[in-house]
Design a protein around this ligand. Structure first.
Ligand SMILES: Nc1ncnc2c1ncn2[C@@H]1O[C@H](COP(=O)(O)OP(=O)(O)OP(=O)(O)O)[C@@H](O)[C@H]1O
Length: 644
């Protein structure tokens, strides 16, 4: 039964083509947008054009020389002419070889250059996206856009550039040479061309759909891997005994990729088989027609041989043209998917003319911490469509957020004084984290204004805003690198002593020093090698290195033993001293330290004041205090404050 259910769930999670994505057509203008990327390489472009022209000319000239060898050398019996002309054919072959070599270098250089440009652009562009984008997009799908799709796009460039020009030129020159030799045979050969192009027309649409589906599946597989191969995902799969099911899910996606690849090979082969058969039939036709004309005496033998040689060179490019259409169509899908990401405007962006926070502060350089003010702030999380691409998200399912959603925050008005500690308390899901995220502009309010040092945060440069604000979240993230690298992230080039000082102030230095590799210890994926308390203190050390004048902190909820609790409290005191701090408080000790307490419930601020004032008011805070914090209170004080 359980198996049955999990199979059904897997089916729902497994995105076989529902058509919504694979049936999409290539956007108009995709083609035009590709060219500027290639034009940034003027030298390789010039060489590519020159070598292509040389190659095409050599292709058409070869058979003409052969005709002369037969008609002017062999048949009249002139040995020296035969030798000279054959030397000419050899020279021409060498020139053609050299031209092909240059062509390969130039198109490779341009193609790889375009991959390089696109990769960097996509990477930078994705980094600029707002947090909403990352909460919606799947990491693996993003990685796959940078890898598979960008490489697919290179094919479009190389094939388009090197082959289109070469094929068109060769066709023109070869046809000219053929008409010059025999218009009758040329017309007969031309009549066959539509037959060559027909199969490509039939399969290219199908190939395009398959390519899009394959790329979606590649993205899905990357997502699955990146989710299951990190510590949390791997732990969940083990603890819920789902390892086998996960393998099954992966195998089905990989199986579909295999099937698509086999179909792709089949389509490709069909094209080349049809091409080969048609070439053979046409050769027979030309020999037949040409043979009769030669016997009549209308056509010289050399001309017939040259015509057949030219014909081979005519159908080569035509076959290429038919497969090229398919290749380009599928490669265009890649470009389309890459442009789709590049076109996504980040919904948190810097205003033109934005000022630096330091410039905006009246007492610039005074070292004073700025204050924070919320004026009539209302906010709801953006919907998925507003901030991400459907094709980067998980399969199916509604996405949270949206215009008809209730407000997450409503009409907030408060002031967090400069250099003071403001604590946010309230039930889970009240909106505390959301409030703190509006200050460094991880999100923007829908109504009202968030001010820092009296300035609307939307008028400030993002860099100066984020330099001013330091954030420590509850589950502080560490990169899979050494402790040193993680600390230096806050201040590149920090000296050894500065790192040690920060660790000492965060009361983590003794722990770090005791590690066999000290600061050079690898912290493991997301810092899994450290305990929760240690991780938070490392994050505090990182914050101290950054030395921001505003601190936003989400206290860890986990209960620690009294020694660790005391260590964290002392570390916090150092971290927050003299800074404007907004702390989501889960501990009584922090709340008691706070200069101001904001009580948040259902996205609104219900009460504001000091601990004592709020207790005296006997409202929501007093109730929260009794249920959450009273047990931490020294007995006699609790008895006084809470007679019940
Ligand atoms: N990225 C998001 N997209 C949509 N809704 C969200 C998002 N993050 C949070 N929410 C919703 O916003 C509301 C407020 O969440 P928030 O995290 O601010 O609460 P909180 O008071 O910090 O809770 P806790 O104390 O449990 O951390 C919740 O109802 C939550 O479901």
């Amino acid at each position: 039964m359980a198996r049955k259910k999990s199979a059904a769930e897997d089916k729902a999670r497994l995105r076989f083509d529902d058509g919504s994505i694979t049936r999409r057509r290539i956007k108009q203008g995709t083609f035009r947008r590709i060219l500027p990327y290639a034009l940034t390489y003027p030298w390789p472009m010039t060489l590519l054009v020159i070598s292509t022209v040389v190659d095409a000319a050599a292709t058409a000239a070869g058979p003409l020389l052969l005709k002369m060898v037969i008609d002017d050398g062999i048949l009249p019996g002139r040995t020296d002419t035969v030798i000279w002309l054959c030397l000419g054919v050899t020279g021409l072959a060498l020139v053609e070889g050299a031209a092909m070599y240059v062509q390969a270098w130039a198109s490779g250089r341009i193609g790889e250059g375009v991959v390089y440009d696109l990769r960097n652009r996509v990477f930078t562009h994705i980094q600029k996206q707002s947090l909403t984008f990352f909460t919606r997009a799947q990491t693996g799908a993003l990685v796959s856009r940078l890898n598979t799709d960008v490489v697919g796009a290179r094919q479009a460039v190389t094939v388009l550039l090197s082959q289109t020009l070469s094929v068109l030129l060769s066709l023109a020159l070869v046809l000219a040479a053929m008409f010059y030799l025999s218009w009758q045979i040329t017309l007969a050969a031309l009549a066959m061309i539509p037959l060559f192009l027909l199969p490509a027309r039939l399969v290219s649409g199908r190939l395009q759909r398959l390519t899009r589906e394959r790329m979606e599946l590649d993205g899905d597989m990357s997502s699955l891997m990146s989710e299951r191969f990190n510590v949390s995902g791997a732990m969940l799969a083990k603890l819920y005994g789902r390892v086998e099911d996960e393998s099954g899910l992966f195998a089905r996606k990989a199986g579909r990729v295999r099937d698509i690849a086999v179909l792709g090979i089949l389509y490709g082969r069909t094209l080349s088989i049809v091409g080969t058969v048609l070439t053979a039939i046409t050769t027979a036709l030309v020999y037949g027609l040409g043979g009769v004309l030669t016997i009549d005496g209308t056509l010289a033998l050399g001309t017939l041989v040259a015509m057949v040689a030219l014909l081979m060179r005519l159908y080569g490019p035509i076959n290429q043209l038919s497969s090229m259409q398919a290749t380009v169509m599928t490669a265009l899908v890649s470009f389309d998917r890459v442009f789709e990401v590049l076109d996504l405007e980040p919904n948190i962006a810097e205003r033109p003319g934005a000022r630096d926070l330091a410039d905006a502060r009246p007492a610039a350089g005074s070292g004073e911490a700025p204050d924070i003010t919320f004026e009539g702030v209302s906010f709801r999380y953006p919907s998925g469509d507003e901030a991400a691409l459907a094709s980067l998200g998980p399969a199916g399912g509604d996405r949270p957020g949206g215009a008809d959603e209730a407000w997450t925050l409503q009409n907030l008005d408060f002031h967090a004084p400069a250099g003071k500690l403001t604590a946010l308390v309230g039930p889970s899901g009240a909106g505390k984290t959301t409030i703190t995220q509006l200050v460094p502009r991880l999100y923007d309010p829908d109504r009202g204004t968030v001010r820092i040092a009296g300035q609307d945060v939307r008028d400030l440069t993002l860099q100066s805003l984020r330099d001013t604000i330091g954030v420590v979240t509850q589950d502080a993230h560490l990169f899979h690198d050494t402790l040193r690298a993680n600390l230096e992230y806050a201040r590149p080039g920090a000296s050894e002593q500065e790192l040690i000082d920060a660790c000492e102030a965060a009361l983590i230095w003794d722990t770090v020093r005791a590690l066999p590799d000290g600061l050079d210890t690898l912290v493991g994926d997301r810092g899994y090698r450290l305990s929760g308390g240690e991780k938070q203190r490392i994050a505090l050390a990182r914050l101290l290195l950054k030395a921001p004048s505003v601190v936003v902190l989400d206290e860890a909820t986990a209960h620690l033993d009294s020694d660790s609790e005391a260590a964290i409290q002392r570390a916090l005191k150092t971290a927050l001293a003299g800074r404007t701090s907004l702390v989501i408080a889960h501990r009584l000790s922090t709340i008691r330290e706070a200069d101001r307490i904001l009580v948040v419930e259902a996205g609104q601020i219900r009460e504001q004041g000091t601990h004592k004032e709020l207790l005296a008011a006997d409202g929501l805070y007093a109730a929260l205090y009794r249920t959450q914090f009273a047990q931490d209170e020294p007995l006699e004080e609790a008895a006084v404050l809470d007679p019940a």
